[in-house]
Ligand binder design. Structure first.
Ligand code: URP
Ligand code: ZN
Ligand code: ZN
Length: 474
């Protein structure tokens, strides 16, 4: 009997779990209805011969339309991407789900913060999206009432900060958030850098006249990240709560995480392309601000340790930490071309280049298997952030979020090829092999051969389930 599919993608090699298999994908009602050879029917049929069909990526760390906190030194800088351009750029890079942030300002409820970001996203996104909360004011009402209620409503993760004056929580507050998270099944994500060390070093560098972007790296050396990572892990262990450490930059923090995991603690960690492909050298010169993010890119010798962390499981996922500022007076240069690094907005664009860079330098260069690539960019973020079984995998019943990769396509990265609203990419000039040519969201084409086929608003808000990290038994 011929099955009735809305569409069939046929003739490609499909990643269904362990590796590539030659099979067709039958799609009905936005979901994968069948996987198998020789699927007939389908109102539309798409020939995928010679290409690889991978799950759409899940980028679990992006900042969209999120200005720096009014209390921050870079206040007033504007993000270049709104939900339309940020999600468009995600789609062209093979990513079909993004999880941006909804930061709470002091005195604001989490619910009000989420409402602001829903209004920014609603009707504008090309890909599906959830929200992480950012807790900067963990009052009794937030901890006891708001967090448990919002977790029930699908906001199942929140980021906290150990740095940035406007956001930093005390150790006592961190313990309170972790304790609340354990009670309601929320996943706490932590930005682990020690604020007092950074401020002390920044003051000293400024006294010495060392204010150029390259000194941003001197103000937050690896030790500062290692100390905060160790402390965050210890606080989570004290409470017995799971912890996800975001944007891990290098060897010292990776060692701390590896030791925690070896002891069976429910600690997981994310890294980002900037710690594999950029280095402190990129902070030099007049345009160094283009590569300023926190934690900063590290010395060149560090990258192999990050690759090793991805290979040995110390690092569980790769996100972009897309934080898009233009290199002009609206963004990076808000306080002028000679401003001290203290006043330059932190963050770099990367939502579109995340998967092509990792595919090329990971899979095609032999550092990662294809299964590891899919796990790091698609399945692990879906599992950790409560999106399985619908996102992050190709399986019957999952959403038909698919990216068709030409594994041999050669591209020299150039900002003109990208679809964000930023006027540069830190990865310009890099040669990559492999790029997604077609992307489907719930069975609908979003982009094809460089052309946008989707509509803003095609992406839906996702209520997420609870994290998939087993807690160690007490
Ligand atoms: O420099 C960065 N990473 N900017 C984005 C904000 C954050 O802390 O992730
Ligand atoms: Zn951060
Ligand atoms: Zn971030």
């Amino acid at each position: 009997m011929t099955q009735d599919f809305d569409s069939v993608i046929h003739g490609g090699e499909v990643f269904t779990g362990q590796g590539l298999v030659r099979c067709d994908i039958g799609i009905r009602g936005g979901r994968i209805a069948a996987l198998g050879e020789g699927l007939a029917g389908g109102r539309t049929r798409f020939d995928a011969a010679g290409r690889w069909v991978l799950p759409g990526g899940v980028d679990a760390h992006v900042h969209v339309d999120q200005p720096p906190n009014p209390g921050s030194a870079a206040r007033g800088a504007q993000m270049a991407d709104d939900f339309e351009s940020g999600s468009r750029s995600a789609a062209f890079g093979g990513t079909t789900t993004i999880i941006p942030f909804a930061p709470q300002f002091k005195g604001q409820t989490l619910r009000d913060a989420l409402a602001v970001y829903h209004a920014r996203a609603d009707g504008h996104s090309h890909v599906d999206y959830g929200f992480h909360m950012i807790v900067s004011d963990p009052t009794e009402a937030v901890l006891a009432d708001e967090l448990p209620a919002l977790v029930e409503e699908g906001y199942t993760s929140a980021k906290i900060y150990l740095t940035y004056e406007a956001l930093r929580l005390s150790d006592r507050q961190v313990l309170d958030v972790l304790d609340a998270s354990r009670g309601c099944g929320m996943l706490t994500m932590v930005h682990a850098e020690n604020l007092d060390c950074i401020l002390w070093l920044t003051d000293r560098l400024e006294r010495e006249g060392k204010t150029a972007p390259r000194h941003h790296a001197d103000s937050r050396p690896m030790l500062v990240e290692r100390e905060a990572t160790f402390r965050a892990v210890a606080l989570a262990e004290l409470v017995g709560a799971p912890l996800l450490i975001v944007h891990v930059s290098g060897r010292e923090a990776i060692d701390v995480i590896g030791q925690a995991r070896a002891r069976g603690l429910p600690v997981v960690a994310e890294t980002c392309p900037q710690y594999l492909f950029l280095s402190t050298d990129d902070l030099h010169g007049d345009e160094g601000a283009k590569c300023m993010c926190s934690p900063p890119p590290r010395a060149k010798e560090n990258a192999p340790f990050v690759w090793r962390g991805l290979q040995n499981g110390a690092l569980s996922l790769v996100s972009s930490d897309h934080a898009p500022y233009r290199f002009d007076e609206t963004g990076k240069l808000k306080y002028g071309p000679r401003a001290s690094f203290r006043f330059i907005a932190n963050g770099i664009p990367g939502v579109e280049t995340r998967m092509p860079l990792l595919f090329s330098e990971g899979v095609m260069a032999g550092r990662l298997t294809l299964a590891e690539f899919v796990e790091l960019c698609c399945t692990a973020p879906a599992r950790l952030y409560g999106l399985l079984p619908h996102k992050g995998q190709i399986a019957v019943g999952a959403d038909a979020d698919l990216a068709l990769w030409d594994p041999h396509r050669k591209t020299v990265i150039d900002n003109a090829l990208l679809h964000h609203n930023v006027d540069y990419t830190p990865y310009a000039g890099m040669d990559v092999t492999g790029w997604p040519t077609h992307v489907w969201l719930r069975g609908e084409l979003v982009c094809a051969d460089g052309e946008l086929r989707g509509q803003p608003g095609q992406g839906r808000f996702l209520r997420r389930g609870r994290h998939g990290i087993p807690l160690r038994s007490a």
